[in-house]
Design a protein around this ligand. Structure first.
Ligand SMILES: Nc1ncnc2c1ncn2[C@@H]1O[C@H](COP(=O)(O)OP(=O)(O)OP(=O)(O)O)[C@@H](O)[C@H]1O
Ligand SMILES: [Mg+2]
Length: 280
């Protein structure tokens, strides 16, 4: 016989097992233009993410990684299948996502601070709060900038910043409205190796502090394994997820973990899988 305590525990465990995923993309197909077999970019592609999970997506160029992001953010509707985020089918652009890209655009006529505040001005659901509490949001922007090591740039223009500083600022901008999902599409691709490693640590620390749900698209397998809880490998076009590789290392991770055998082994497994899908 189970005690009431253990019954409760089993119920809780069962409950968590049955809990729907925070992001649930099921069997989607996407074509740009007419939906013909030739035009299919994604086909039979599925993906689940739990709330607070950090998932990286890797795969050959053109396999549909960025398209996956457009689906999740509601910028694109699938031709087949379903996209559910936070229990709701995504049928229009979501307001609760933050995005940063390789060449995130900062408006050159606005200061860094005003660039950070931009999502609050343009995303409908934040506009009214922003007008009422502008000072609070400005304080938050300063705080975010300080957390990524940018203390004195709020009143500088983007063209006065280095590439690495601009990417730090664009991470802050992606987070200013406290999004539930952060989508990063090769955010560090254009940076030199040292700056890139610095920014991995910046992102690691932001995630440790806030535990938002992250989808990171990258071509850098070391970056994927260093940062993510799971790395998904996609097939060549028409893309779908063909491998789900857990990354079991404790957090927070130090950069030196990259030289440990278990880390290198996972990178090799991923590299071999990508070689296979590229050849198929
Ligand atoms: N707006 C669009 N109109 C037509 N075709 C598109 C459009 N966007 C992407 N594609 C095509 O869809 C395919 C997948 O593109 P996507 O950008 O999702 O790939 P990716 O995996 O992100 O590639 P990369 O690693 O090079 O960034 C490519 O063949 C691309 O040319
Ligand atoms: Mg892309």
């Amino acid at each position: 016989m189970c005690s009431p305590q253990s019954t409760f525990l089993l119920w809780m465990l069962g409950k968590s097992r049955d809990m729907p995923s925070f992001v649930d993309i099921q069997e989607v197909a996407v074509s740009y233009g007419e939906d013909t077999p030739h035009n299919r970019v994604l086909e039979g592609a599925s993906l689940q993410m739990n709330q607070g999970e950090f998932v990286a997506i890797v795969g050959p160029s053109g396999c549909g990684k960025s398209t996956f992001m457009k689906l999740m953010s509601g910028l694109l509707r699938p031709n087949e299948g379903t996209v559910i985020v936070a229990d709701r089918e995504v049928d229009k652009p979501l307001g609760n996502v933050g995005m940063a890209f390789q060449n995130s655009i900062m408006l050159p006529w606005r200061t860094t601070l005003d660039n950070l505040l931009l999502p609050l001005e343009i995303v409908k659901q934040h506009r009214r709060q922003f007008r009422k509490k502008r000072k609070d949001y400005e304080a938050k922007a300063h705080q975010l900038l300080a957390s990524v090591g940018l203390n004195d740039v709020a009143h500088k223009y983007p063209w006065e910043l280095s590439g690495g500083m601009r990417q730090r600022a664009s991470l802050c901008r992606a987070l200013i409205h406290e999004p539930e999902v952060l989508m990063l599409d090769e955010p560090f691709g254009a940076l030199d190796a040292f700056t890139r490693e610095e920014l991995w640590c910046v992102l690691r620390d932001l995630w440790e502090a806030q535990h938002f749900t992250v989808m990171l698209v990258t071509h850098d397998l070391t970056e994927a394994v260093f940062l993510a809880d799971r790395v998904l490998v996609m097939s060549a076009r028409p893309g779908k997820v063909v491998m789900n590789q857990a990354v079991p290392f404790a957090r927070p991770r130090d950069l030196s973990i990259r030289y440990e055998k278990e880390f290198i082994d996972i990178v090799h497994v991923l590299r071999d899988q990508i070689k296979t899908v590229r050849a198929s």
